[in-house]
Structure formats: structure tokens, C-alpha cells
Design a binder for this molecule. Structure first.
Ligand code: SF4
Length: 496
């Protein structure tokens, strides 16, 4: 057995391992401790205690059956102490298949930052294997493990056992912050009304969108829960409700902003005023206080002396019929590429399933590397790094986020995937679409198939999101002849 069970109701995915068994057996760092009350003793959750007891570890080693660090046994032939599951003769864990998450994670570690405000993932420089491992391999492994901690079931399990997050250790090298865990476990938010945005908030956001009466076929794609939720793996997102209006906030390293205007039945100008008062109280006079994705129909309601508007990149909206057909001279090159892909490759498509996760993650990395090697500026490279966690979150939670996905195989290997959502019954939004760039025409073929599928399900329009300010993406999106590029603004409020 090689599964993590964190409580009796949940069986979790396998945590990938970097250090080979052979290296572990030669090493004398793990499972041994200098003091009887070492703060590095492994933490066992209640179900992990049950598993350990069922595998022969006496219950008496677990002072709190609801979750505890294990008591140690004295090394009778030398110095220090052992974990009671450790077999000092063989140098092996006696409960290896059911060892706790804390041990599976090592030599990575979850810990608080030095100020105790942020949850971090790092690697322990006491591990000899890790000290010699290439930093690229450690970084890549850290990314894989970080996606594991984006899984909602794992987050809930850790929330139930917050002592799985250890205290800050200077000899643990930080790999990345885990905002998903920080918002759930960190210090009280700046305002007691704020709540972390979680998957269970999807219906509340949908209701607020309905009450605000903002959804039309040409509403920007940002007016939907999935658009924001996928970035919670990168930034803490919070929401609050006031006077039947929902306020969505994101907490960037620079300060607080709203990724979407307030949603509700309340007059928009009043709600926006309240939002800026709140952000000013959290950010001070910093210009980071802003509201993004204000759409054209809302701009008229907000025109006044104090509000400044800055146009942002708009979403590209297309007629689905045009993209499904790709007829006429305008689409000659895209059509030729689709035909080439169909002629040269055996392409099949199937709905996305959770067991495609690892292959899709590998494809993302391959695709990102292909893009980096292409004509991509620094901003584009940073966006690719940020997007990896968002894609990983979608692989794990697509259904609960409200996304439908398809994977495309070329000669049996996964070579493309696409995920999207219905903004309205007429408009299908393509949130993520990745295709192996080494296969000529595949990206065009996938885009056309996505449009054909959406059309067969009733779509009239395709929203392909904005171009993130990237010139290459802009040219590609314009080449498909959008029926509109949707106006959207970022607003700030002058301080008096
Ligand atoms: S449970 Fe196993 S792996 Fe974990 S500290 Fe004890 S002996 Fe080592």
C-alpha cells in the first residue's frame, strides 16, 4: 500500500518521492533525534495513529489520539532517540507503507515563515542527498509537491491538523509560499468580515453574479468563479458580504486589490466607494488599491471626478460558427494548419479525467519550455511560471471549480488539453488551452475542435480571454478575426 490517509474518511493521492530508497538506507539523519522532545519528531494525524497501531506501534507512543507528535524511544547502544517505528538494525521504517504525511514529505517541509504569517514549502539542508541534488531537480520536485498541497482534500486535512506546519527553520531552504494554506491557517485577516475564497464559495459567487445582473454574452470572462479561483494557488483571495453585495479581494505582495467590481443589487457607485474605503484602510494611500475588470456598461455608472480609468487588455470574442468552419480566405493559414495536423497525426480526444493529471503536468512543462525557447519576453516567462500552479489546480479540481476539460492524444500520448466554462448559455470561455508546439497545426486543430464542440452544445460565441499584453498572443488572436475585443478598465480612486 502506498496511500496517504489523513483521516478515516479520506484516502489521498500518493506523494511523489525524490530521494531513492538506496540513498535513505545509507543515511543516518532521518528517524533519529538528538533529544527526547525534539521538535522534529513526526506528527501523526488520528488516522495515521490508527494505521501505525494496526501495524504494531503501541498506542502509548501517541499521547493524544486525535493527532500528536510521536514519543521517542532511547537508543540503548548509542546516543539520542529513535522513532518507535524505526528498526535500528535494518535502518528501515517498520511502517513504511503507512508512514505519516510528515515523513512522506521529508526532506521537504511545511513551515511558517520567520514572522509566523505565511506558510512555506522548503527543503531541509540537513539531508545529504538534497545537498548534492541539482537545484533544478529540487525546484521541479517542489513544484510537484506544491500542487499536491493545492488539493482541497489535503488542505482540509491540514486545516484539521495545523501542527503539520512546523516552525521556521533556518536550515530549511524555502522553495515557495503556499497561499492556499496561509489563508486557511494564517493569522486573522485584516478585517474580521473577510473569508478565504474556497471551492464551497462557488454557489455564493454565482448568486452574486445573478443579483448584479451583469451576465450577457459579451460580459468579460472574469465575471465567473473559475476565472479567479484558479489563481488562489498563487495569491490569497478573500471575500466579504455587505448590504447584500459581494466584495472579492486579492492580497498581492504589494497590497490589496479587487479583481472584480463589487457584485450585488446595491448601486455600483456606492459599493465601489465602500470598496475603496476598505482598501485604503488596509493599504494606506498606496496606488495598489484598485478595481479590475470594470466593464463598459459599468463605466457610465462610475464616471465622477475622483475615479480614474485605465483601459486593460480586453477579451477576444468570436462567432463560434466562423471558428468552427474556418471558411474563406481570411482563415486560409489556420485551415491549412488544421488540415496538416489531421493529415499527419492520429488525433483522438476524450474528456479529461483525474488520472491524466501527471501526463498533463508534464505536457504543461514541455509546452512552457517550448514557449520559453521561442520569442517570449520576460513578462511572458514570468506568466508561464505563475500559470503552472493554476494549471495544476485545474488538473486536480476541475469539476469542483466548474470547468470541463478535454485531452487530445496524438499517437496515444497526451499532446494537448483544453478547459473552459459557460459564462452564459451562449458563451463558452476557453480558460486554458495547451498544445504541444512541436506538432505542426495541433494548436489550431484543438482550437477549432473546441469551438465545434461548444457549438454543438449551443454556444454562439467563444471568449478566448485577453492577450495578457503579449504581442505574439495578440497577433494570433487577431488573426482569428474577433467579432469584438471587449472593453474593460482598471479603476483607481484619487485620495484627497
Ligand atoms: S514513521 Fe517511519 S519514516 Fe517516519 S520517523 Fe518513524 S521510522 Fe522514520
Amino acid at each position: 500500500m502506498n496511500l496517504i490517509t489523513v483521516d478515516s474518511k479520506q484516502t489521498m493521492r500518493v506523494l511523489p518521492q525524490l530521494v531513492p530508497d538506496t540513498a535513505c538506507f545509507r543515511c543516518d539523519v532521518c528517524c533519529r533525534f538528538p533529544e527526547v522532545d525534539s521538535f522534529l519528531r513526526p506528527y501523526f494525524t488520528s488516522s495515521e495513529i490508527n494505521d501505525a497501531v494496526a501495524h504494531g506501534i503501541p498506542e502509548s507512543f501517541f499521547p493524544d489520539k486525535s493527532g500528536t507528535q510521536v514519543d521517542l524511544v532511547k537508543n540503548t547502544i548509542g546516543e539520542g532517540y529513535f522513532c518507535p517505528a524505526f528498526n535500528s538494525k535494518s535502518g528501515r521504517c517498520g511502517i513504511y507503507d503507512v508512514r505519516p504525511l510528515d515523513c512522506q514529505l521529508y526532506p521537504l517541509a511545511l513551515m511558517w515563515d520567520a514572522s509566523g504569517r505565511e506558510v512555506l514549502l522548503g527543503w531541509d539542508s540537513k539531508c545529504p542527498f538534497m545537498r548534492d541534488a541539482p537545484s533544478s531537480a529540487i525546484r521541479e520536485y517542489g513544484e510537484r509537491v506544491a500542487t499536491f498541497f493545492a488539493d482541497e482534500a489535503i488542505v482540509e486535512a491540514i486545516v484539521a491538523h495545523p501542527r503539520l506546519i512546523g516552525r521556521f527553520q533556518e536550515d530549511v531552504v524555502v522553495l515557495k509560499a503556499l497561499p492556499h494554506l496561509t489563508v486557511r491557517l494564517g493569522p486573522e485577516p485584516v478585517d474580521p468580515q473577510l473569508r478565504p475564497l474556497t471551492l464551497s464559495d462557488a454557489p455564493r459567487v454565482a448568486k452574486a453574479l445573478e443579483q448584479a445582473q451583469v451576465l450577457r454574452h459579451d460580459t468579460p470572462a472574469a465575471f465567473a468563479f473559475p476565472y479567479h479561483y484558479i489563481w488562489t494557488s498563487l495569491l490569497p483571495y478573500w471575500w466579504m458580504e455587505s448590504d447584500h453585495t459581494l466584495f472579492l479581494f486579492a492580497e498581492s505582495p504589494d497590497g490589496w486589490f479587487m479583481p472584480l467590481p463589487p457584485l450585488g443589487a446595491r448601486p455600483l457607485d456606492q459599493a465601489v466607494e465602500q470598496a475603496f474605503v476598505l482598501m485604503r484602510s488596509w493599504n494606506g494611500p498606496s496606488p495598489v488599491s484598485r478595481i479590475e475588470n470594470v466593464m463598459a456598461s459599468q463605466r457610465n455608472l462610475l464616471e465622477c471626478d475622483g475615479i480614474q480609468f485605465r483601459q486593460k487588455e480586453g477579451d477576444y470574442l468570436y462567432s463560434v460558427g466562423a471558428l468552427a468552419a474556418l471558411a474563406g480566405d481570411h482563415y486560409k493559414s489556420q485551415r491549412a494548419l488544421c488540415n496538416r495536423a489531421a493529415r499527419e497525426q492520429a488525433i483522438t480526444s476524450v474528456p479529461y479525467r483525474a488520472d491524466y493529471q501527471a501526463d498533463c503536468a508534464l505536457l504543461y512543462r514541455r509546452w512552457a519550455e517550448q514557449k520559453r525557447r521561442g520569442n517570449l519576453d520576460q513578462m511572458g516567462k514570468l506568466l508561464l511560471e505563475d500559470a503552472e500552479m493554476a494549471h495544476a489546480l485545474v488538473f486536480q479540481e476541475h469539476e469542483r471549480i466548474g470547468l470541463s476539460g478535454t485531452v487530445l492524444r496524438v499517437n496515444h500520448d497526451i499532446a494537448a488539453y483544453t478547459f473552459g466554462y459557460w459564462l452564459t448559455p451562449q458563451t463558452w470561455c476557453i480558460l486554458l488551452e495547451v498544445a504541444d508546439r512541436s506538432i505542426p497545426g495541433l494548436a489550431q486543430w484543438v482550437f477549432r475542435e473546441t469551438c465545434r464542440t461548444a457549438m454543438s452544445q449551443g454556444a454562439v460565441y467563444i471568449n478566448a480571454m485577453d492577450d495578457a499584453g503579449l504581442p505574439g498572443l495578440r497577433a494570433a488572436k487577431l488573426a482569428y478575426r474577433p467579432s469584438a475585443v471587449l472593453d474593460a478598465w482598471v479603476i483607481t480612486r484619487m485620495t484627497t
